[in-house]
Structures are given as structure tokens and as C-alpha cells.
Design a binder for this molecule. Structure first.
Ligand SMILES: NC(=O)C1=CN([C@@H]2O[C@H](COP(=O)(O)OP(=O)(O)OC[C@H]3O[C@@H](n4cnc5c(N)ncnc54)[C@H](OP(=O)(O)O)[C@@H]3O)[C@@H](O)[C@H]2O)C=CC1
Ligand SMILES: CC(=O)N[C@@H](CCC(=O)OP(=O)(O)O)C(=O)O
Length: 344
């Protein structure tokens, strides 16, 4: 497969390069960026010295269309909505890592992202690529909306229970923590070392753009109502997300029913590791495409507490994007992704 990466100088782009270099069927033919175009990638990312030495180019949709079987778009929100109409033609398949194609309507996007949306007909064509839940639709997708990092961690833990009607979809509270790579490589006051080091803080309470993505996907994939309170936090680490979700259990639900729902959902799914009763650490999935899920029933208050960890740049972005590419091209999902986490 000939592959182009737009946004290759960003963290998700760099992770796509790392993963695709180890993918037996992938051939990275061109890498594109914005302000870094003209530089060799190893001058932007010295860890790639002697490994990958392509030059970053200025985005050229006609060239990408002519050359690529797959294009990954790993740019800030508001960019792929402009590029997609020029790219979506002929045989090319588009995997968008940004949030531009994930929400169902332009109005919803405008409300939560505050940017100009793409038109409805592109949103209608886009397949939401939560790999473990939508493989059949992903296989046929020409335009794929790769899930956000928080939604990936959160949805993988909530979906099995809501799907079986074991929790009340309107009782869900999600408290999530992310490492700073989640905010991208660009320098900003909020991600400045002195601002985040030895500190932890919530942000965008009740306003985070992943809230409608999580609710919409819960509803769509289960046919049940869902309303969540979502609070993200920035924590002083490079990679990783821990999503802690709380939900009220339906009357009479047993431990066995909960375990059966998770086993049914993830039987044969190579990247979800079920760890009932455990306290998964972000460190236990670092550098890998795994999502580790644990659950604890708090019978005293009638709630279940779900703990879900991913590496935000891998399963939360580039790794799931490659997993989706594998599904789109009929390859085993694990192709090029069979990494052991880096520990400690
Ligand atoms: N980081 C993460 O954990 C996750 C990120 N995402 C999403 O993936 C996307 C990329 O994120 P991330 O890698 O963190 O971002 P970065 O900020 O690290 O990288 C952004 C990339 O996009 C390029 N870019 C910036 N502005 C433009 C523009 N106007 N036109 C074309 N290219 C542009 C940059 O180029 P240059 O360097 O030349 O400016 C850079 O290559 C975002 O939409 C993000 O929300 C999704 C899930 C997880
Ligand atoms: C730590 C951190 O800042 N994380 C980012 C996640 C970005 C992301 O994945 O958002 P979209 O792809 O939906 O734009 C945030 O909270 O906005």
C-alpha cells in the first residue's frame, strides 16, 4: 500500500511513521506538513535519524490522489474539512485522525468545535472507526473518521454494559486523565513545563468536544439513550489516558452478567485486555495498541466503576488508525501492531 501522511510533523503523524515503518504491507511514499515543509523529517524528529529521512512537503491534494492508496490526515481540527473534498475521488481511502468527520451534523460540530464544519454529505459518507465495534462498516469505508482519544478509552469500557442494558445510560459520569501529548506538539501556555509539571487540573468541564462524540456513539451502537457528564484532566506525563467511568447498574445485575457482557463484546478482539478487579496503569499500555479494562461493582451505592487505559497516541490515534487501515484492506487487525508495551 502506498501511503501519504498529512500532518507528519505532529505527534500523531510521527507515531504513524513509527508504526507504518514496521508494517509489512505499508510503503510511506510522501509526508506533508504546514510550517515545516521543506525540512527533512529527521531534522524535526531526530529519533528518526538513520531510520527514515524523507523530506516534508507542502500539501498537494492532486499528487496525493495520484500516488496514494491511503492518506492519513493528522492535522488540527478545521483542516481535514477543507482537504477532504479535494481528496475524496477515485481509489484513495482517507483516514482522518482529527475530529472533523466524527460528529453526525455540521451544527453539532460548529457548536462543540467552534469552527466551520464540512457539509452534511461528507459526514454521511464518513464511517466512525471504533475498530472493535464497527469492523464491517470500516472494511467498506472510503472515508474514515478515527475516534478521539478520550472517546476510545471511554466507549470501549461503557459499550458492552450499555449494549446489554446493564447500566442506565443517563447516569454516566466520566472522569478522564490525559498525558500532555494529547494536546499536540505545538507550544502553548497550557502545556508549558512549569504549568503542567507537579500539577493536575481539570479543563473544559461540560464543554469538551468529545462529549457529543461519546454520547452519539453510545446511542448509535446500542440503540439506547445516553447522557454523560465528562470531565477531562491534564496530568504531568507524556502519554496515556485513564478514563474512570461511573454508572448506575440496572436492578438486580450480577457480577456474572457484567463479566459475560465484556467477554461477549471482546472475545477474539486482540487489543482489548479484560482485567476485572484490577487497577490498570497507563504505563502498562505505553507504546502499544492495547486498551486495558477493569471493573469494580460498588454494590453499596448500586454503581459500577470502570477503569480503562490506553496510550493516547497509539490506540487513541495512530495505532487505531493503522488497525482501521488493516480492516479496510482485509489484513489481520494486528498486522504491524503486535507491540509489547514499553515497561516501566
Ligand atoms: N495527540 C493525540 O493524542 C491525539 C490527537 N488527535 C487528533 O489528531 C490531530 C493531530 O494531533 P497531534 O498530532 O497531536 O497534533 P500536532 O499539533 O502535534 O500536529 C499537527 C500537525 O498538523 C499540521 N498542521 C497544523 N496546522 C495545519 C494547517 N493549517 N494545514 C495543514 N497542516 C497543519 C502541523 O504541521 P506543522 O508542524 O508544519 O505546523 C503538524 O504536522 C488533531 O486533530 C488531534 O485532535 C486525536 C487523538 C489523539
Ligand atoms: C490533553 C489534551 O489537550 N487533549 C486534547 C485531545 C485532542 C483530541 O483528540 O481532540 P480532537 O481530535 O477531537 O480535536 C483535548 O482535550 O482537546
Amino acid at each position: 500500500m502506498n501511503i501519504s501522511i498529512i500532518g507528519a510533523s505532529g505527534y500523531s503523524g510521527a507515531e504513524l511513521i513509527r508504526l507504518l515503518l514496521q508494517h509489512p504491507e505499508a510503503n510511506i511514499t510522501a509526508i506533508y506538513s504546514n510550517s515545516q515543509a521543506g525540512k527533512a523529517i529527521q531534522d524535526v524528529y531526530p529519533h528518526l535519524n538513520h531510520i527514515f529521512t524523507e523530506q516534508l512537503e507542502t500539501i498537494d491534494c492532486a499528487k496525493i490522489q495520484a500516488e496514494a492508496d491511503v492518506v492519513f490526515i493528522a492535522t488540527p481540527s478545521g483542516v481535514s474539512s477543507k482537504l477532504t473534498p479535494a481528496l475524496l475521488n477515485g481509489k484513495i481511502r482517507i483516514i482522518d485522525v482529527s475530529g472533523d468527520l466524527r460528529l453526525e451534523t455540521p451544527e453539532l460540530y460548529k457548536e462543540w468545535y467552534g469552527k466551520e464544519p464540512i457539509t452534511q454529505n461528507y459526514l454521511d459518507q464518513a464511517v466512525y472507526g471504533l475498530s472493535e465495534w464497527s469492523a464491517a462498516a470500516i472494511a467498506d469505508a472510503k472515508l474514515l473518521a478515527n475516534p478521539g482519544c478520550y472517546p476510545t478509552a471511554t466507549l470501549l469500557s461503557l459499550l458492552p454494559l450499555l449494549n446489554e442494558g446493564l447500566i442506565d445510560g443517563k447516569s454516566i459520569i466520566v472522569d478522564a486523565k490525559s498525558g500532555v501529548t494529547g494536546a499536540g506538539r505545538g507550544a502553548s501556555l497550557g502545556t508549558h513545563f512549569c504549568e503542567v509539571n507537579e500539577s493536575i487540573a481539570a479543563y473544559k468541564v461540560g464543554k469538551h468536544q468529545h462529549t457529543p462524540e461519546i454520547e452519539q456513539t453510545l446511542r448509535k451502537l446500542t440503540g439506547r439513550d445516553a447522557l454523560i457528564s465528562f470531565t477531562p484532566h491534564l496530568v504531568p506525563m507524556n502519554r496515556g489516558i485513564l478514563a474512570t467511568s461511573y454508572a448506575t447498574l440496572a436492578e438486580g445485575v450480577t457480577t456474572e452478567q457484567v463479566a459475560a457482557a465484556f467477554s461477549k463484546a471482546y472475545e477474539g478482539k486482540p487489543f482489548v485486555r479484560l482485567r476485572p478487579g484490577a487497577y490498570p496503569k497507563t504505563k502498562e499500555v505505553t507504546g502499544s495498541n492495547y486498551c486495558d479494562i477493569a471493573w469494580h461493582i460498588d454494590g453499596r451505592v448500586g454503581r459500577i466503576v470502570l477503569l480503562s487505559v490506553i496510550d493516547n497516541v497509539v490506540k487513541g490515534a495512530a495505532g487505531q488508525a493503522v488497525q482501521n487501515m488493516n480492516i479496510m484492506f482485509g489484513l489481520p487487525e494486528t498486522t504491524g501492531l503486535a507491540f509489547t508495551p514499553v515497561y516501566p
